[in-house]
Design a protein. Structure first.
Length: 245
């Protein structure tokens, strides 16, 4: 009966979009992203409850539209979709591609969602205290076999051009998503100015723009950035900036 009530609570939170608050998630996802090679029938993601009480966890995948579990059209099946994780314990989540065709010449991006629902506050606690469900999202990259090159080499293939007085554009000719922890411009004086955007990414065959609070000149600046690897490492790179084509 208690489990049923908590399922109803999860559904209500999903319907209202009440995913975050002042509390911190007790359950964590091991890893900063999920890589799903198309050659595998399934991949496993490990969850761990670092809190002091049991937690109810709901997981699902969306295609970037932040759809609820019932509305998501992402072609993945997760088992178990709902689980209770005792304090100090873990839970393995199996992710399986449902078979819907996806592009074979480039990666496809999806998002793994985890809703951590804390137990109801004990009676006698302050009326101002509230248990808040916390939603965590990380990238899920579906990677076809046989793609040209290696994902760790993709950042080196990027090209950067001046896109405006205070902006630059990055072009990604590779079949891999390139994710940035930071992007900055390095002036001749050695001073590095960070972009206004925090992090970001550029999709396969696409472009992305970054803006700065300082003028950008192909003759006087170069771009410095940290690309995030499959394992979550931040790999530093320095590349020249070409004049606007």
């Amino acid at each position: 009966m208690k489990l049923m009530k908590r399922r109803v609570l999860a559904a209500a939170l999903l319907a209202t979009g009440c995913f975050a608050g002042a509390s911190h998630a007790a359950v964590i996802i091991h890893g900063t992203r999920v890589i799903y090679p198309s050659s595998q029938k399934e991949v496993t993601v490990d969850l761990e409850n670092k809190g002091e009480v049991p937690a109810l966890v709901q997981v699902w995948v969306d295609d970037g539209d932040q759809a609820s579990p019932t509305d998501s059209k992402a072609p993945f099946i997760l088992t178990p979709p709902l689980s209770r994780i005792e304090k100090g314990r873990g839970q393995a989540i199996r992710i399986m591609h449902a078979g819907e065709p996806l592009p074979a010449d480039k990666e496809s991006l999806f998002w793994l969602n985890m809703l951590d629902i804390p137990p109801k506050a004990a009676s006698g606690t302050s009326p101002t205290e509230m248990s808040v469900a916390v939603k965590t999202r990380i990238k899920l990259l579906y990677r076809p076999t046989g793609l040209k090159g290696e994902p760790i080499e993709a950042p080196k293939a990027l090209s950067w051009t001046v896109a405006g007085a205070t902006s630059i554009q990055v072009t990604n000719p590779t079949p891999y998503y390139v994710n940035f922890a930071s992007v900055g411009i390095k002036q001749r004086s050695g001073k590095v100015i960070s972009s206004i955007e925090t992090g970001g990414m550029v999709a396969p065959g696409k472009t992305a723009n970054f803006t700065f609070k300082a003028p950008v000149s192909a003759d006087e600046t170069s771009v410095v950035f940290e690309a995030i690897s499959d394992l979550g490492a931040k790999l530093p790179h320095t590349q020249p900036i070409a004049a606007d084509r």
